[in-house]
Design a protein around this ligand. Structure first.
Ligand code: HXC
Ligand code: NAP
Length: 271
């Protein structure tokens, strides 16, 4: 894949899967722009992207819950690099919690980051997207289509993200903008994986369930994003593409149930 001369913006691109995506585009020669809340993480990532081969790399700190800050940050990227060829929107927050135990603000926090954040990022970027030709990728999760105990907030948010993908693939498709979602499977060493499978035993139980027999790596997800943003995918829009080693063909199954049992035991111990 050659993305030289292309501008790639990755929101939430300063750690884990999204940083892996940014680094893969950097290694393919693109100009990279990244954002997240922490200026320190942004600075560290910008340096790493330059070292990985980016034509250039810049970053700003903002919170995707603040639409004005998002629009301002994206304008800075446009002023520096011009039209966006690729926009990856992947900022997210997650914690396991039973709905009955969660405060109103806890539920709302995940909706605000994952769902509202996605629309703020897409609308903030809209004036700056290359027409025709831009590729938008929203980073979703299996929770979008599989129910998990302890994940009502994330399930609601990510289902909304994928419906935004489908709807805007039509609204913006007429301008030559493609919109797709990528659903990572269980990706080794990431914050999301640590939060949902906090012990080595839980992680190993999950890995054994993956039909392809291994954890996912950030590079697996990055490969899908590069494919979807390349000319090879120029007729693909409105899809939700799972990159999960077929794990989630098995449904939420044992893992979803295990999480519910663990959270109920914790709640009982507290009461
Ligand atoms: C119950 C919790 C909680 C928990 C926070 N809250 N953690 N409730 N159980 N474990 C509640 C707080 O009490 C508060 O409600 C509200 O949520 C907001 O919490 P804050 O700490 O004030 O929010 P904030 O500082 O904005 O941080 C957001 C966050 C945090 C989501 C809570 O964890 C975060 O910044 N996460 C980003 C990193 C992350 O989560 N990465 C993993 C993404 S993986 P009250 O009522 O007290 O005010 C993913 C899917 C993975 O998205 C899928 C894998 C298969
Ligand atoms: P991660 O390392 O925690 O990455 C989250 C990124 O988003 C970080 O750069 C974080 O940086 C940023 N972020 C969080 N809240 C933000 C906010 N309010 N405003 C701006 N930026 C914010 O998590 P990850 O596990 O790699 O997950 C990355 C994506 O993949 C998420 O969309 C997640 O839902 C999805 N996913 C992950 C897995 C998995 O196995 N890990 C599986 C399925 C789906 P700051 O802290 O600096 O803000």
């Amino acid at each position: 894949m050659d993305f030289s001369e292309k501008t790639v913006v990755v929101i939430g691109g300063t750690s884990g899967i999204n940083r892996g995506i940014a680094e893969a585009f950097a290694a393919s020669g693109a100009k990279l722009a990244v954002a997240s809340r922490s200026q320190e993480k942004v600075d560290d990532t910008v340096a790493a992207l330059k070292a990985a081969g980016a034509q250039d790399a810049i970053g700003v700190a903002f919170d995707v819950r603040d639409p004005e800050a998002v629009a301002e940050g994206l304008k800075q990227f446009y002023d520096a690099f011009g039209d966006f060829d690729v926009l990856v929107s992947g900022a997210a927050g997650n914690f396991p919690a039973l709905a009955a135990e969660m405060s109103v603000n806890a539920f709302k926090t995940v909706i605000d980051i994952d769902l509202m954040g996605t629309i703020h990022v897409m609308k903030g970027a809209y004036p700056f997207l290359k027409r025709p030709g831009a590729s938008i990728i929203n980073i979703s999760a299996p929770q979008s289509y599989l129910p998990y105990e302890g994940q009502a907030h994330v399930c609601a948010a990510k289902a909304g993200v994928d419906q935004i993908t489908r709807t805007l693939s039509m609204e913006w498709g007429v301008e030559g903008i493609r919109v797709n979602s990528v659903v990572p499977g269980f990706i080794e060493g990431t914050e999301g994986a640590k939060r949902l499978a906090p012990t080595p035993d839980a992680g190993e139980a999950l890995r054994k369930d993956v039909p392809l027999g291994r954890w996912g790596q950030p590079q697996d997800v990055a490969n899908a994003c590069m494919f979807l943003s390349s000319d090879l995918a120029s007729y693909i829009s409105g899809t939700v593409l799972a990159v999960d080693g077929a794990l989630y063909q098995r449904g939420s199954g044992k893992f979803g149930q295990m999480m519910g049992q663990m959270l109920r035991a914790q709640a009982k111990a507290r009461s």
